[in-house]
Design a protein around this ligand. Sequence first.
Ligand code: C2O
Ligand code: CU
Ligand code: CU
Length: 469
Amino acid sequence: MELTRRDVLKLAGGAIVASYVPAVAIERSPVGYLSYLPIRRLQPGRAEAELIAMPALASVAGTTANLWTYNGTFPGPVLVVREGERVRVRFRNRLSEPTNVHWHGLHIPPSVDDPFLMVAPGETVDYEFVIPNGSAGTYWYHPHVHGRVAQQLFAGLAGAVVVKGPMDYSRELRRAEEYTLVFKDITLAAGGVAAHTPFDWMNGKEGELLLVNGALQPTLSPRRSLLRLRLLNASNARYYRLSLEGHDLHLIATDGGLLAAPVAVPELLLAPGERSEVLVQLQGVGEFRLLNLPYDRGTAMMGGMHRNAGRGTLATTQTLLTISSSGVARPTLPRRLCVVEALAPGAASVRRRLVLSEGMMMGTGFFINGKTFDPSRTDIAGRLGDVELWEIENRGRMDHPFHLHTYPFQVLSRNGVPEPFVAWKDVVNVRAGEIVRLAVALRDFVGRTVFHCHIVEHEDRGMMGVLAV
Ligand code: C2O
Ligand code: CU
Ligand code: CU
């Protein structure tokens, strides 16, 4: 059964129609080298796809290079699925070393999304899970074998996941022209990808080329004047402080899905691992650059840590992408998006404190509560159904983006300042010296999973712990 998008809209309201939505119909012409994962939908509510981790000569930044890819493309193909669907991804490892797939941000059982699983070279595994209702949003997938994440991710292994829900078919959001933008930096060397230096293991590796969907400063030429941009930071360590010339960004979704209503922001910080969705009302005919503004996350130099010293990229603004607008009517924004439950840990709820710190000498380690990662240790034992209060304190000298698997959370406050709106998150940037309070809902699944810094070099060097529910 093949339906065009127009057919689907005509039939909207019929409940079964949803599972037949063709995955690729939404984006008119992807920016850069973005591709989509072919999906078979042989039965209603079931989606099947194949993913192969493999070395490949891939298109990147106007040339080709030997990268590590999913299905031969960089970035990996976008997986588009629907709320309520049962998804089975047959994964094969054709790399020369163990890897696995982590479904970053999806609320699925740790027994399936298992960071301890290793898929040996040549092996095939099936990842099978149900996309929870209410989780429509932008997620991603990448490797998660401890000690090898930084190199595998930097070599190219990352792809976006788009979950569609009822709101995506609302009149307001259907008016928007939709694009997925994967921000991933890279340094090419000798026909491949540059190796990590000792500094990279300290700071996290940043690439020289700031790519959007694998392309250097691509142009987006929309036909409509309302855009919906799904933004993913799939970089090892680079932060993106995004601003669009002449425009506000209207934030409609964070890591774990939609907000209650759009929030207008002049700029947006995306730490490694984070996603956001924004609406943009294009203001007339013209070229507008999406900029990466300077952001100082605190990085190491020879002889010690400095803020705002030495690294050229800290002090300059870069162009990531140009939007070429033919500007027609100015469309209105949706006033409401969905109902977002606000998590409220009660006075009796369990409280945890996690202190992030760095070794005194360069590259000597990264710690949570003074310890480096040990997969056999349980750092936090939680109880299914509890809403816990977590306090993440950064006693280091650099920013650390804190990430928790399986269980989405909400930020309550940063350094005592209440968060301005309720949002589902799975990565939160914790600035040096900052204390961030989170409400964590340990719902639906038991099992062992992990939390860690999403500067993946820090994760590989030990800034990770185990949560057992
Ligand atoms: Cu995207 Cu455990 O990570
Ligand atoms: Cu994750
Ligand atoms: Cu870190």
